[in-house]
Design a protein around this ligand. Structure first.
Ligand code: ASP
Ligand code: MG
Length: 463
């Protein structure tokens, strides 16, 4: 089970978390993967930044972090008990370590790696506290630090998990626990791991999801695993309720469909987490932390069912810019495309959509609107594109809409129906693309038509 930061923000949420754990414990052993207490990761990042500045000013942040945790410790652990004492000592020691780290950073400005080490304290503190709390209530629970079991590359800040090594480490460490009667709950901090040479790394924001998936992946050959993600939503919806008031919960969805949804901006889970779970072929559930026993939740599995229309969800990205570069026919576009995309890549521009006409004299791509100015000057200042051979056009008023569904693969005529539906409703389609997986069909339209397009497509395919 994965519990995020808002499941661990105060006395009440800690108690609620434990009530959920208690219920599930009747049926199986549990591995709990937890985030930092709500807001602490941001504060630790701020602390790292401040420590890098000349005038060290991070002490105040550490005071706040100490205060936040000790308040919860006082509320949930019985005063004068060994649990209380141990946890206060653990907190003090870790804040002291952070303080020392801050001073080292301030003095010698070491490499950026230390940011990962610093932010990992958030998960370490929250998870240790939850584990102690469970023990104080009579559960047999054990804390395992993630640097012992999650192995990653050295891409600090956004490290990539090494699956085989992680699998070995998890099995070595967790299997004996699961098989012994002295432990019923394993508590593992999310978000961080370590490199082969034992440097702490983090898995990117929201990385606790990924930790949970990695642990289940590693144990899949020996246990029947399922991952439950406790979230502040009930699961994946078939359309954004802000855009269409008919939104319905998707109760069952395949990993490939969930990945499409994630790509188009439905951020329910860390993106890599879906890949790892699909690979591991175990089910996942998204459930509401605030309504834990409702039968409304999303199950994600490897297999998908073909439904009537083949369309499961309509999604969109609202604020985008469409860039078209056009050349005379003398310029060969293969070279142009590689030059273009290298230039964008080197400058960290994310591309959400690409299309090229068959006459090969223009390429259209779509980027986040915030990147529009940057891309415009990159292109105009580049020796290749800035010269007279190309014309560059940027339209900052477009949105992307996508219809998604694995059943599309078997259903002819989807594209035709999309065009007819949009056409009949006066929505002008500026560009189209279909993923080669045939799981999504994407259209670029004018932003003023975005809401209308979502609603008419919803009615045509789902509603
Ligand atoms: N605490 C980390 C973050 O805020 C990881 C997580 O919450 O999953 O991004
Ligand atoms: Mg979080």
């Amino acid at each position: 089970m994965k519990f995020g930061g808002s499941c661990l923000k105060d006395e009440e949420s800690f108690k609620h978390t434990v009530s959920i754990i208690k219920k599930y414990l009747k049926k199986s052993k549990l591995i709990i993967v937890t985030s930092a207490i709500n807001g602490i990761t941001d504060q630790l990042m701020e602390f790292y930044k401040k420590s890098n500045d000349l005038d060290i000013n991070g002490d105040l942040i550490l005071d706040q972090i100490h205060e936040r945790h000790s308040k919860i410790i006082n509320e949930i652990l019985p005063e004068n008990s060994e649990y209380h004492e141990n946890n206060m000592e653990f907190l003090k020691q870790n804040v002291r370590d952070l303080n020392n780290l801050g001073r080292v950073i301030n003095l010698i400005h070491p490499s950026k790696n230390l940011q990962d080490l610093i932010v990992s304290y958030g998960e370490k503190l929250s998870t240790f506290l939850l584990c102690t709390y469970l023990n104080s209530l009579g559960f047999k629970s054990e804390f395992i630090s993630s640097d012992e079991i999650i192995q990653t590359d050295d891409n600090f800040g956004n490290a990539f998990p090494l699956l085989d090594d992680t699998e070995e480490l998890v099995n070595e460490r967790i299997k004996p626990l699961l098989n012994s009667s002295s432990c019923e709950i394993a508590c593992i901090p999310g978000y961080y791991g370590s490199t082969k040479d034992k440097k702490i790394t983090t898995l990117g924001r929201g990385g606790t999801d990924l930790t949970a998936a990695l642990v289940a992946y590693s144990l899949r050959s020996f246990y029947r695993c399922k991952v439950v993600y406790w979230k502040d939503v009930k699961g994946f919806l078939d359309v954004d309720p802000k855009m269409c008031n008919k939104a319905v919960l998707l109760r069952k969805i395949s990993y490939i469909e969930a990945k499409e949804l994630a790509f188009f901006g439905t951020k329910v889970l860390h993106p890599l987490c879906l890949d790892v779970s699909e690979k591991g072929n175990f089910p996942s559930e998204i459930r509401s932390f605030y309504d834990p026993y409702t039968d409304e939740f999303t199950t994600i599995t490897q297999e998908f069912t073909k439904d009537v229309t083949g369309i499961r969800a309509i999604t969109y990205i609202y604020r985008l810019s469409m860039v078209t570069i056009k050349s005379g026919t003398m310029i060969s576009l293969p070279k142009t495309a590689s030059k273009l995309f290298s230039l964008l890549d080197e400058n960290n521009i994310t591309i959400k959509f690409i299309s090229q006409s068959s006459s090969e004299n223009n390429i259209t791509f779509v980027i986040h609107m915030e990147d529009s100015m940057k891309v415009s000057s990159l292109l105009r200042e580049s020796i290749y594109f800035g010269k007279q051979w190309f014309s560059i056009k940027i339209d900052n008023n477009v949105s992307l809409i996508a219809v998604i569904g694995a059943g599309m693969m078997y259903t002819p005529g989807i594209a035709g129906k999309i065009f007819t539906t949009l056409g009949n409703n006066d929505v002008n389609v500026r560009a189209i693309a279909q993923g080669s997986s045939e799981l999504n069909f994407t259209a670029i339209i004018e932003r003023e038509n975005c809401k209308k397009a979502i609603n008419v497509l919803y009615d045509a395919f789902i509603g």
